[in-house]
Design a protein around this ligand. Structure first.
Ligand SMILES: O=P(O)(O)O[C@@H]1[C@H](O)[C@H](OP(=O)(O)O)[C@@H](O)[C@H](O)[C@H]1O
Ligand SMILES: [Zn+2]
Ligand SMILES: [Zn+2]
Length: 223
């Protein structure tokens, strides 16, 4: 169900019939990825296909979708878009597109991402891509640092451990491990038996959270 809907939304957001970007649908696409209703890899592969669309309008709108997804979906997407294969694809697209506006937007995005990820050693391919294109004479636009401030943080990576983060009970065959989707820590069932939405991470459905995060997320105003 989810995959089909994502593709339908993507078709809508990149239709060559659009006279301006369809931001509401674009935000819905970001929400799908943030809520893990689609694997980031699959989402970016679908967007990649749209970037190669022969129709320049569809390809341009696909670039705007890619820009929004990278800005709003956090590290799960950053890893994909700065992977070796994706950077090679972006490099080919810069060199092969017949449309100057698409090349220009691509160079702008590559530069912003290079700046945004400059401190993170694992994103080397985007740095190499920028160096390679610069050496081949492509001119990058003036960098708008404001563009590189990425929005939303995303759910933290899940911690591992042999005892509950809260009550320290030892995990084992009976005492199973569970993770809080809000803080990412590991808990026994007794300390993480409640569910909640986590709007700050774009998780609109009820997911397992630990007792502390449940209280923080659902604190009723004590008025
Ligand atoms: O079912 P198990 O074999 O115990 O495996 C655990 C469950 O998948 C937990 O899911 P949950 O957090 O949704 O409970 C997950 O958080 C743990 O990391 C896994 O070890
Ligand atoms: Zn516990
Ligand atoms: Zn928590």
């Amino acid at each position: 169900m989810f995959r089909k809907t994502f593709d339908n939304l993507l078709d809508k957001a990149t239709s060559h019939l659009l006279i301006e970007p369809d931001w509401p649908t674009t935000i819905q696409l970001c929400d799908y990825i943030r809520q893990n209703d689609i694997q980031p890899k699959n989402a970016l592969t679908a967007i990649r296909k749209k970037l190669s669309a022969p129709n320049p309008y569809s390809a341009y709108y696909a670039l705007l979708v890619l820009e929004s997804v990278v800005k709003n979906c956090g590290s799960i997407v950053h890893e994909e878009v700065t992977s070796k294969s994706y950077c090679e694809f972006l490099s080919d697209l810069v060199k092969t597109t017949e449309h100057a506006n698409i090349r220009q937007k691509l160079l702008e995005l590559i530069q912003v991402w290079n700046f945004a990820f400059r401190k993170n050693p694992k994103y080397t391919h985007i740095k190499d891509l920028m160096t390679q294109l610069t050496n081949e004479g492509y001119k990058f636009p003036v960098l708008q640092e404001s563009d590189a401030m990425f929005a939303a943080d995303t759910a933290p990576e899940w911690a591992d451990g042999e005892v509950c983060h809260r009550c320290r009970v030892q995990f084992g065959i009976v005492q199973r491990k569970h993770h809080c989707r809000a803080c990412g820590q590991i808990f026994c069932h007794g300390c993480s038996s409640k569910t909640s939405t986590v709007p700050k991470f774009g998780i609109e459905k009820e997911v397992r959270v630990c007792n502390m995060c449940y209280d923080a997320l659902n604190k009723t105003s004590t008025s």
